[in-house]
Each structure stands twice: as C-alpha cells, then as structure tokens.
Design a protein. Structure first.
Length: 538
C-alpha cells in the first residue's frame, strides 16, 4: 500500500511538471509552491539515490510512522507522550486522523492514536518556515520504547558542527520507490541557515531560516521521511537535532531539516522540560534530571533535599521541616525532615478497637486489619441489647431483650450487666381484672380477694391469678412447710422425719395424734393411774 501511494505521488508530480523545492512529506503528497527567491535555480535531476539501510537500533524504537488520510510521515517520541514531527505533516488535520505505528515495518507494528495536535503558530507553507509540530498520544507507547530527547538551545547546532555526522531515520521512499520500512542513513552536516529570509545552499537551492541541510551524498531523507529525526550525539547522548522538512524533488542534491534547538520554547511549552515543569522521567527534562516529579537542575541527591519546594521549583534546596523522608518501612513510623535531618517517626498504633479484626502491620503498606471468623461473639457489655457477633469484620448487634413477664405485680426492667429483672410491686397493689376478679398483689403475685377462685387444694402450690391468663398454681420450693411436721418436696407434702414437737418428756412424734389415738391414749393413762392407787391401798 505504501509503495502504491509513493508511485501515485511521483506520477502526479510529473504530470504537473512542477519544478520546485519539495516538502518531503506523505507518500501521497500534494505538492505546493515553495516561495523561494526567483534568482535561485530550481529543478530535478534524474532518479533519487537514498542508500539507506534497515534500522535495528533499539534506541530508535522511538522513531514512528504517521498515517493520516492518504498520507504518511515520520516522527520521533521525545517524551513519554509527545511525538515531534514536521508542521506540513499536521496542517489541516485533527487528532482523529492519525494512526501512529511503533515498529520497524508498518506490516508488523503496534498502533497508537492521538489526542492532541500542536502546529507552530507561525508555520508558513509558502516559505516552509517554522516547519515543526507535535502530536500527543492518547495512550502510553509500547513497553520498551524509550523517548529520545530533543536538542536544547544550550547545546544547539553551531558552525563548529559543520562536517560532523547527522543520522537520518525514516519510513519514506527508497531508491527503489518502496516505503514503510524504517531505514537509516548517515550524512555530514553541510549548511546551517539562521539568516532571516533564508539562505542559498548547494547549486543555488534555497534554504529556509532556522534549518540545517546536507547534500544527500551518500544518502539522505526523501518523500515520506518528513518529520523524521536528524540525530546528533552530545557527550554520548543522542538528541533530535533536526526534523526532516524539504529537499529537491528527487531527493538527489540536498535536503533540509528544521533546526530543533531554535524552537525550544515552543516544544517545552507543549512537552514541558524546563526547570520546574512536571516530568515522568529524565527524558522529559532539558536538564536530564527529573526529581520529585519536577525537572531539576541536578540529580539533587542527599537526604532532605528537594526540587519541588514552592518558590524554588526546579532548584535543589533543603526540604521544608515536616517533609516526608520515608525509609520504606511503614511499621516504624513516618520519617520527616527536621533541620535537613531525616528524623524517625512514631510507629503506627494499629489497634482499631474492633474485636472483629486481627490487627497487624505490613512494612510495605502499614496497618492491616483482617476479619476474624464469622459468628465469634463481640459483646459490648450491655446484656439488654442482645448478644453481638462478628460478621465480615463488623460487630453485628443482637436482638434487644423483651423483659415483659406479663405479671402486673412485678416491675420489669433490664440491668446492662445481668439482664432482665422483675421486682415485686408494693403489697396490696390492685391487680383486679379478667378472670381473677377483685385481686391485689402479694409477694409479686396477683392474688384474688376470693381465694377459692384459684385454690387447687394443694398445700405445695402458691395460688395466684393474673388478669391476662387467669389462675396460676406455682409449685412452692422444696422445704416449704405444708402442715405440722410436714414440708414440700418436689411439689409433694410429706412428713418431716426431723421434726420435734415440744412439751413433756420431749418425745418426738412424726405427726399429731388423731382423735381415735388420743382417746386410746387417755384410757391407757386412766388405767395406769387406777392401778397405781390400788397398789397404795394394799
């Protein structure tokens, strides 16, 4: 598909017979006039010779292909979510038009989408000036893809860099008119143009202001490579020094890239990277240091030093007293800075006063509260509100006690410590009503005035009555007297063997004599007395 786009672009260019400097844009590029001075020679000279080779450098995973409509460009991931590309690759298109391809070949790439497009406000398609733009990814790049930082102005391209190598990478047209494979080629820097109004390069070709150019020998970028990087190395670190912008029609004599360091403010405003701006990593910062989530002037190492202090964002200064300086163990307290020294804190109290949890401390997360087994009791000390029990770590309230005994002769209450209580009301309290008729309270029982109503004839029952239920014949406790030398045992009135009846010789008798026995006893006594008198007479 990409190759077909490219052939269509070449055919259209030949049909229009446009003799001009061309933007090295999408493979189906719509070519426009370049607005160069009239005295500069324009033309194209035969077939392109690109001479690139496949790029397998892991660091160049950050170089991506951009597809939008029938067009294709190249770009570079310069921060965790920002793609740097050419301005003519975004003019007239919104975020939804773009698909970003991470990989070495479009046929086997990871795709991402775009949430925001930023074109330089002074981009001019006629003069091809300020040809720079950015795209913001709507999601994180694939794992293993690390951004390549853009070249800051403090390290910018200067005259001393002439004849030094630049490495170009892109997915565009090759000398065989194929596209869609990531290629690389290295060429020396030949021209630097910072002159207002542009410069003349090579055999009279025009270069726009703030561009860097090379002679395409032994190779260089071409159609579809627009927006791709021109890499330069500073102190072992690779930077994006240029963004492929334009060249001669057949990519044979010269190519120019936007000079990135001249647009630091524009890039930093969208990406961040200046001291004090937010960052996710070192690549997001011009200084190369991301500390405390802020682009910092240095690594800012050392205890109780910080780069995110209000009023000093981006500067490494002593942290304010009270700033956390954790040692990674949440169980030994929260360490804080005091007078630039990290001071240990108080270990956390993990007791949550909940008997339904087992309390402990995890060094990584702090206090941990695990539920105990469901159904375990969790009494609150109040017997009146029922028996509480644990469920899923929560103490569930029980059912409140019902202390009403339906007895009008007791005051019903609940003691938090012992539960229900039933105290007798005052003796003689009227409890008349219902089947009992006229009644009054006696020893906590409702006793009818007419005792025969509830008398069951059993001396071992307490006969009473309640207006609600009627007669109650409650068994008296063991040992209750139920007649002379008799007591109640298990509800039965039986003889008490240990009972002693006073008088005379103190003989004990199990029970009072009956009338017949008393008569016999009197006859016996009379006979004895008669015999004793007779004996005296004799």
């Amino acid at each position: 598909m990409a190759g077909q786009w490219l052939l269509q672009a070449v055919r259209r260019a030949k049909e229009k017979n446009l003799l001009c400097v061309y933007c090295l844009c999408a493979c189906s590029l719509a070519v426009s006039a370049c607005g160069v001075p009239e005295d500069i020679e324009l033309g194209y000279h035969g077939l392109p010779i690109i001479n690139g080779s496949p790029d397998y450098n892991p660091a160049h995973k950050a170089v991506v292909a951009l597809s939008f409509g029938d067009y294709m460009c190249t770009g570079t991931l310069i921060s965790s979510d920002v793609i740097l590309t050419a301005g003519h690759c975004v003019e007239g298109f919104g975020p939804s038009a773009y698909t970003v391809y991470f990989g070495n070949n479009l046929s086997s790439s990871d795709m991402r989408y775009v949430s925001e497009v930023k074109l330089h406000p002074h981009y001019n398609a006629q003069t091809i000036t300020n040809d720079i733009a950015m795209l913001r990814l709507s999601s994180a790049p694939p794992a293993g893809v690390e951004p390549v930082p853009y070249l800051p102005h403090s390290m910018g391209i200067m005259q001393a860099d002439l004849d030094n190598p630049l490495e170009f990478v892109g997915f565009g047209q090759t000398e065989t008119y194929s596209t869609g494979v990531k290629l690389t080629v290295t060429n020396d820097l030949d021209w630097i143009c910072t002159t207002p109004g542009g410069c003349i390069v090579g055999a009279g070709y025009g270069a726009s202001e703030n561009t860097i150019c090379e002679d395409q020998s032994p190779g260089g970028p071409c159609h579809g490579d627009s927006g791709g990087p021109a890499f330069v190395v500073r102190s072992g670190q690779e930077y994006v020094a240029g963004v492929t912008s334009y060249g001669d029609q057949y990519c044979q004599y010269f190519g120019c890239s936007t000079k990135v360091d001249e647009f630091e403010d524009f890039i930093a405003d969208f990406v961040g990277g200046v001291l004090g701006s937010n960052c996710n990593g070192a690549v997001d910062c011009l200084s190369g240091y991301c500390v405390d989530g802020i682009c910092c002037e240095s690594a800012c190492s050392g205890t109780c030093m910080a780069c995110n202090m209000p009023g000093s964002l981006g500067s490494c200064v002593p942290a304010a007293d009270g700033t956390p300086c954790p040692d990674g163990n949440a169980c030994n307290g929260q360490e804080t800075c005091q007078a630039r020294v990290c001071v240990a804190g108080e270990p956390p109290d993990c007791d949550d006063n909940n008997v339904c949890t087992e309390d402990s401390c995890d060094p990584a997360t702090g206090c941990v509260y695990n539920p105990v087994g469901d159904g375990l009791p969790c009494p609150d000390g109040d017997a009146c509100n029922g028996e509480e029990y644990c469920r899923a770590g929560i103490c569930i309230a029980g059912t409140e006690l019902d202390c009403d005994d339906a007895n009008p002769c007791t005051d019903d209450a609940c003691n938090p410590y012992s539960g229900c209580t039933h105290s007798p009301v005052a003796e003689g309290t009227d409890c008349s009503g219902g089947p009992c008729g006229p009644s009054s309270c006696r020893l906590g029982h409702c006793v009818p005035t007419d005792t025969s109503i509830c008398d069951d004839g059993d001396p071992c029952t307490m006969d009473s009555c309640t207006p609600e239920t009627g007669c109650i014949n409650e068994t008296l406790p063991d040992g209750h007297e139920c007649g002379g030398c008799r007591m109640c045992i298990s509800g039965q009135c039986i003889i008490d063997d240990k009972c002693v009846v006073g008088g005379g010789c103190g003989c004990s008798s199990p029970a009072p004599l009956s009338t017949d026995a008393a008569g016999q006893f009197l006859l016996l006594v009379t006979g004895v007395l008669f015999l004793m008198r007779r004996n005296r007479r004799n």
